[in-house]
Design a protein around this ligand. Structure first.
Ligand code: 5GP
Length: 174
């Protein structure tokens, strides 16, 4: 198994700063709740909130997706729920990657029942080639090919989350 760099740290930082500026502009004068989906989005979310110049609350959602390994099944279990109600609040759900779209579609449906004032989606990455449920991503970092990505919070078997850049895992065993 080899790690091939895909997007370097300074390119990520520039993009995250731009997203933070967009959010700051779009929500001017409002309070927002940023909801990172654990674990994959924790690095992205930590950098993103520091680029948002607004009154920001952060609350976490932990999810487990049932599927065969790297394939999402669309059956998502919330393992850690929000610690505060979001009714009447402006919420931004923060994902690491939208792959099939099933996870975000499920979470969006779940959060909407809690009656937030608004709900938008931020995702570091999007793999459009794998879309099964189209999800509108309001704040997108990068579009990527159909490859398995690690680093900057994203894991392979729980490892590589600490890489400061995004990389592709290649199987060089044959
Ligand atoms: P979806 O429900 O959109 O198919 O899957 C979303 C979740 O699958 C992501 O939040 C992430 O946890 C996982 N995932 C999908 N593609 C990748 C990838 O390329 N690398 C990693 N590390 N996780 C991925």
């Amino acid at each position: 198994m080899a790690i091939k760099p895909l997007i370097d740290a300074s390119t990520i930082a520039q993009r995250v700063a731009a997203l933070g500026a967009d959010i700051t502009r779009d929500y001017a004068g409002k309070d927002i709740v940023v909801v990172p989906v654990l674990k994959g989005s924790y690095v992205f979310a930590a950098d993103l909130v520091r680029q948002i110049d607004l009154s920001v609350e952060v609350d976490f959602l932990g999810v487990r997706s049932y599927g065969d390994g790297q394939e999402s099944s669309g059956v998502v279990q919330i393992t850690t729920d929000l610690s505060h109600p979001i009714q009447g609040k402006h919420v931004i759900l923060v994902e690491d990657i939208v792959d099939t779209g099933l996870t975000v579609a499920y979470l969006r449906e779940n959060l909407v029942t809690r009656q937030p004032a608004s709900l938008k989606i931020a995702s570091l990455l999007h793999k459009p080639a794998r879309t099964r449920v189209p999800v509108g991503i309001d704040y997108l970092g990068f579009t990527v090919e159909d490859v398995f990505i690690v680093g900057y919070g994203l894991d392979h078997a729980q490892k590589f989350r600490n890489l400061p850049y995004l990389a592709i895992i290649t199987d060089d065993s044959h």
